[in-house]
Design a protein around this ligand. Structure first.
Ligand SMILES: [Zn+2]
Length: 310
């Protein structure tokens, strides 16, 4: 009898581990960047005096719990911030970043220049959120994005950022995986109207500002208004820019604008929006995020971290 009970407990234990593994597999395949950052039970790690199986089961249990807690937190955050549905969790990014080439019709004559693109080549149902300029410095935005665990990248222009570098330094550290700060020039000029030397000052000057203020030279650069010529790309390359992401869709608090004829999202699309407030458009930053996230989620897309792919 006692033996039978013991055995059935063991069977139950095994069944639980199998169930936990199954749910971990689901969780892993649907895990967002922070979840993967937390990492599952590391192979070969084991507490002293514990059998390998026990250690693995314990770590696995803790991991499954963590994933559950994060999911619950996301549901709560979505409710708090007024989203129609919780944001979908991004799948694990590709082991190797895709090879990105310049979009057809966006080429210049120069060779070996950073690629200019609007969509990242991927089959995953993910899009990327990018926020430009930096005039509006709404602390609610940082709170909202952190609580919802939505990754995004900022493209900063010094003339609107320099009155409060601190806000963007807080942004940079406001998420577990960090928010990357990239280059959108010093003064937001129409670059094709400038000489090579002037463009170099606009682009490379901003590389220096970001490195000095935020500790890292950005690999990504976006020209103001999406306008550039061969000099722009040559200048950008000369000071460390590796890629020039433009955008496939633009988000506002009250509508979307689309580049493609089908007025829809596609896997890998880059979504542009701006740091703006009620003075500039019909709503706050959280209003805009609420709107664009409702569009993204209702179309079945998750927001992934651009720097995981580019
Ligand atoms: Zn801009």
């Amino acid at each position: 009898m006692a033996k039978g009970v013991h055995r059935s407990h063991r069977a139950l234990g095994a069944a639980l581990v199998v169930a936990a593994l199954a749910s971990t597999a689901t969780a892993c395949s649907g895990a967002s960047e922070p979840d993967r950052g937390a990492a599952g039970p590391a192979a070969g790690q084991q507490a002293p005096g514990q059998a390998p199986g026990q250690a693995a089961a314990g770590a696995l249990h803790a991991y499954v719990e963590r994933v559950r807690e994060r999911r619950t937190a996301r549901v709560v955050a979505a409710k708090k911030w007024g989203l129609a549905k919780p944001p979908l969790e991004a799948p694990a990014p590709p082991a190797a970043k895709p090879r990105i080439t310049t979009r057809k019709g966006f080429e210049t004559d120069g060779e070996g220049l950073p690629p200019v693109f609007t969509t990242v080549p991927t089959k995953q149902k993910v899009v990327f959120l990018t926020i430009d300029d930096g005039a509006e410095k709404d602390p609610e935005l940082l709170r909202m994005m952190k609580e919802l665990r939505i990754p995004y990248s900022a493209f900063l222009s010094d003339y609107v950022v320099k009155d409060d570098y601190g806000y963007f330094a807080r942004m940079q550290k406001s998420q577990e995986t960090g928010v990357s700060l990239h280059n959108h020039t010093l003064n937001h000029r129409y670059l094709p109207g400038l000489s090579y030397k002037q463009q170099k000052r606009e682009i490379c000057g901003m590389q220096d500002v970001i490195e000095k203020r935020f500790g890292k030279r950005p690999p990504l650069f976006r020209p103001p208004y999406g306008n550039y010529n061969e000099d722009t790309l040559r200048a950008a390359k000369s000071c460390g820019v590796e890629a020039v992401p433009l955008w496939a869709a633009e988000a506002f608090p009250d509508h979307m604008e689309w580049r493609e004829w089908d007025r829809d999202l596609h896997p890998g699309d880059i979504v542009l929006t701006h740091f703006r407030g009620k003075g500039d458009w019909k709503g706050t930053m959280p209003d805009m995020i609420r709107r664009v996230m409702n569009v993204i989620t209702s179309k079945g897309y998750a927001v992934a971290k651009l720097e995981d792919y580019v």
